[in-house]
Design a protein around this ligand. Structure first.
Ligand SMILES: Nc1ncnc2c1ncn2[C@@H]1O[C@H](COP(=O)(O)OP(=O)(O)OP(=O)(O)O)[C@@H](O)[C@H]1O
Length: 555
């Protein structure tokens, strides 16, 4: 319940007045519905009684019928306004929630970001947020409006018919309805959990299958994965059927409750008439008001089967948005990049990966000057990428110090560091779009001439010219490019930023000797004054570098 309340509070805060006015109108609509039926019942019976008594001509039909019309029209208009306000406020609130979830993904620390699964993130942003529209529309607003209506109707009936009938009707609905709904929610909880799991499994399995379809096909596992997706879909459909059946059962029970309360109200009314407490028309008022109050339960029918799903979604979303933003490697508002001292200095640096006790890199020292190219070497798993990540400010150092132009990288301002240092990891992300879209990802303000020069430097000009130049289409994750071409697009994107320090993780992997040499020379000439530090396995990269530094691994 805490999770659901927290989500309702967020939705309420996003558009407080619209939500409060919508909730108020929900109450008005329910109250007018009960008053309309009660008044109509009283009117018909009172008119008939007046006719039987021979005083029909004296009976005032105008005022009650005007009131009936006012209630009928007011109720219709109120319903329209209530739907408009509550749905609009809820959808806008969900929009804020989605933005908060997205922000929490984007603000995740580097370590967490690498562990986020695309399918899970999509589930949080779509299915979970969709499930939460019911928190205000099917849970809190209808329950609050129903309770307010029962309270006001209780006071009105108490005044008109006495405490016994008023208590029978209002308490009957509040206690009886509450009991039916809470028992039904408890019984439906297991089915709701199973359905929710099936629907999350379905989405995740489907997304995994689409992403890994090539590998699955190669290993002959595509039918197996398709069967997993199909199985989750069948479980999901079965869960939906079960929940529909639960909704129907709740509907039958709530109908029986309404009939029982109305019959009891009529019986109590008849007894009161026999005892001479009030006229027969008043007995019908209680009976019809009891029938009219059935409307307070109508929006809650779907609540029991949906509650489990809403609870789970609310919990997951709360956990997601409650995750603190990135544990910063550098404090906010750090130092600017200075212009003194050697470009890059590492002094007895040790670096550990999160979750591991032993440092991956131990006591590494190096100095790299402006315009110098340094090759870092170590066996596979020896910590080359780890050093580059730390230099890019994405991993903290366990001991020692890393300095850029004389200032410790750990104290640098985030924006200043990003403007000065660019890292090209082993696997870079390419987006679906044109070659230009992918190059602009690194720097918005570049001109077509800049892009052509960078493409030339990375030996990509010929490839792009043959396929539409900057408008060449690239598929999702670099689809349509060879591995070496995708790598070169990532390199071109990085050098377009003209960083002071360029960090390259195995830059010529996947390139033949000739192209590799051409690319390394092209990059060096394009960034004459930049310091280039590269993680290298290949002899051609080591030979190209001005100096080589061997990493002593701690593992
Ligand atoms: N996210 C991570 N969490 C924990 N340990 C990691 C993580 N990534 C890599 N490691 C470990 O850190 C060590 C160094 O990895 P790193 O990627 O820096 O090596 P590398 O020299 O670049 O290797 P390669 O040449 O194969 O790319 C390895 O033992 C690796 O298993």
């Amino acid at each position: 319940m805490k999770d659901l309340l927290a989500i309702f509070w967020r939705l309420l805060r996003a558009h407080r007045w619209a939500m409060i006015r919508g909730g108020g109108l929900s109450f008005v609509v329910l109250f007018m519905g009960a008053a309309l039926l009660g008044l109509s019942g009283w009117f018909i019976v009172a008119a008939a009684a007046a006719g039987l008594a021979g005083v029909g001509a004296m009976f005032d039909v105008f005022r009650p019928s005007a009131l009936v019309r006012f209630l009928a029209l007011g109720r219709a208009a109120g319903r329209y306004g209530e739907r408009l306000l509550t749905h609009d406020a809820t959808l806008r609130g969900l929009e804020h929630l989605r933005a908060d979830i997205l922000r929490s993904f984007l603000g995740a620390s580097f370590g967490r970001m690498t562990r986020i699964r695309g399918a899970q993130a999509l589930n949080r942003l779509t299915a979970d947020v969709d499930a939460l529209d019911g928190v205000s529309l099917r849970l809190f607003l209808p329950v609050m409006a129903a309770l307010a209506t029962h309270l006001v109707v209780y006071l009105g009936l108490h005044w008109l018919l006495g405490g016994q009938i008023a208590a029978w009707i209002s308490l009957g609905y509040v206690l009886g309805g509450g009991l039916i709904l809470s028992v039904a929610a408890r019984l439906a909880a297991q089915g709701a959990t199973a359905r929710e799991r099936a629907s999350q499994d379905f989405r995740s399995a489907l997304i995994d299958m689409i992403r890994a379809r090539r590998d699955l096909a190669v290993y002959g596992r595509l039918p197996e994965q398709a069967a997993r997706v199909g199985g989750a879909e069948i479980r999901q459909a079965a869960g939906a059927q079960g929940q529909d059946a639960a909704e129907r059962r709740v509907g039958v029970l709530l109908n029986l409750l309404t009939q029982g309360i109305a019959a009891g109200a009529l019986g109590l009314g008849v007894a009161a008439v026999s005892a001479g407490d009030f006229a027969p028309a008043f007995a019908s008022l209680g009976f019809f008001a009891a029938l009219g109050l059935a409307e307070t339960l109508a929006p809650l029918r779907r609540l029991a089967p949906d509650l489990g799903r809403m609870r789970m979604a609310a919990h997951r979303v709360r956990v997601q948005i409650g995750v603190p933003a990135a544990d910063p490697v550098r404090p906010a508002g750090g130092a600017p990049v200075a212009r003194t001292g050697p470009r890059v200095v590492l002094e007895r640096v040790s670096i550990a990966r999160p979750g591991t006790r032993l440092p991956v890199v131990r006591d590494l020292s190096l100095t790299a000057a402006q315009g110098e190219t340094v090759a870092l070497t170590a066996p596979s798993g020896g910590g080359k990428s780890t050093v580059l990540l730390a230099l890019a400010g994405l991993l903290p150092v366990a001991s020692g110090e890393m300095r850029l132009n004389g200032t410790a990288i750990a104290t640098l301002d985030e924006a200043a560091l990003r403007a000065s240092v660019v890292l090209v990891p082993q696997r870079s992300a390419l987006i679906a779009g044109t070659l230009e879209d992918n190059l602009r990802l690194g720097c918005e303000t570049i001109t077509p001439e800049d892009m052509q020069a960078a493409l030339r430097a990375c030996a990509l000009e010929r490839v792009s010219v043959a396929r539409g130049g900057l408008q060449m289409r690239i598929g999702a994750r670099g689809e349509g490019l060879s591995g070496g071409e995708a790598r070169r697009v990532a390199l071109a994107r990085a050098i377009l930023r003209r960083p002071e320090v360029l960090l390259l993780d195995e830059p010529t992997e996947g390139l033949d000797q000739k192209t590799a040499a051409e690319v390394l020379k092209g990059i060096r000439d394009y960034l004459l004054h930049s310091t280039i530090i590269m993680a290298s396995h290949r002899q051609s990269e080591v030979v190209f570098a001005d100096k080589t530094v061997k990493i002593e691994t701690g593992i």
